[in-house]
Design a protein around this ligand. Structure first.
Ligand SMILES: [Zn+2]
Ligand SMILES: [Zn+2]
Length: 228
């Protein structure tokens, strides 16, 4: 993770002003470079996974002195970072994500063979890991706006901003279009492989067996024709 990811997380998870978000995000590299003063080897705090280090800094007398001078801005930044790291760690340690758990295979699907299913599950996990890459999704959104002038779901056409106003601005989910069966571990995902989907269509596509955006688009037209 890096400063940019932390800024995004603060924006989405903490109700604080943009001004403070930037101050907190900038405080982390500063504290990272001052670690020697707190008896700890210089470490990039954005890279750590063990939050014990943060607790250690928070208790150091020299840090407390500086923090007091800075109106406790440093300690606030570190506490946010700690929550952020813990949240990411919890998400990673989940055995599988929610959609997968809900989309447990039917008996019929299990008949196709447990091995095939297990393999499919692993590939789907990989697929979702890629869809969670914030940089990739951000670039894909940028590319889509450049092409179409706005963000909308490629399956049903919903534009979140048009429906939800300011709250829906810039909201869309990225979907990895390449069939999971064709993905290989370590393969780099291209921006053009990411499709834009609303949350409903995204979940519909991910139900097992997974279908393509085009296929979903067809069934929407077929079933919901009157609305378009
Ligand atoms: Zn949609
Ligand atoms: Zn997807």
């Amino acid at each position: 993770m890096n400063k940019e990811d932390f800024v995004i997380w603060l924006r989405n998870n903490r109700s604080i002003k943009e001004y403070s978000i930037n101050r907190y995000a900038n405080a982390i590299p500063t504290i990272s470079s001052e670690m020697k003063d707190y008896g700890i080897n210089e470490t990039d705090l954005f890279e750590i996974t063990d939050t014990m280090l943060i607790d250690k800094i928070l208790l150091h007398p020299e840090f407390l002195k500086r923090d007091k001078k800075g109106n406790r801005m440093y300690s606030s930044a570190l506490k946010h970072l700690k929550t952020y790291i813990e949240q990411i760690r919890d998400e990673k340690s989940k055995p599988q994500d929610v959609t997968l758990a809900e989309d447990a295979p039917s008996e019929e699907q299990n008949d196709r063979g447990d091995l095939e299913y297990e393999e499919g599950k692993e590939l789907l996990r990989l697929h979702k890991v890629r869809e969670r890459d914030p940089k990739l999704i951000k670039d894909a959104k940028k590319r889509f706006i450049k092409l179409h002038g706005e963000l909308f779901c490629e399956a049903c056409g919903i534009n979140f901003e048009k429906v939800y106003g300011e709250r829906g601005k810039d909201f869309i989910e990225g979907h990895h279009k390449k069939p999971v069966s064709e993905m290989r571990e370590g393969e780099k995902t291209k921006v053009e492989d990411i499709g834009m989907l609303c949350s409903n269509c995204h979940r519909m596509i991910h139900r097992i067996p997974m279908i393509s955006i085009e296929e979903l688009k067809k069934s929407i037209k077929l079933n919901w024709a009157g609305s378009f």
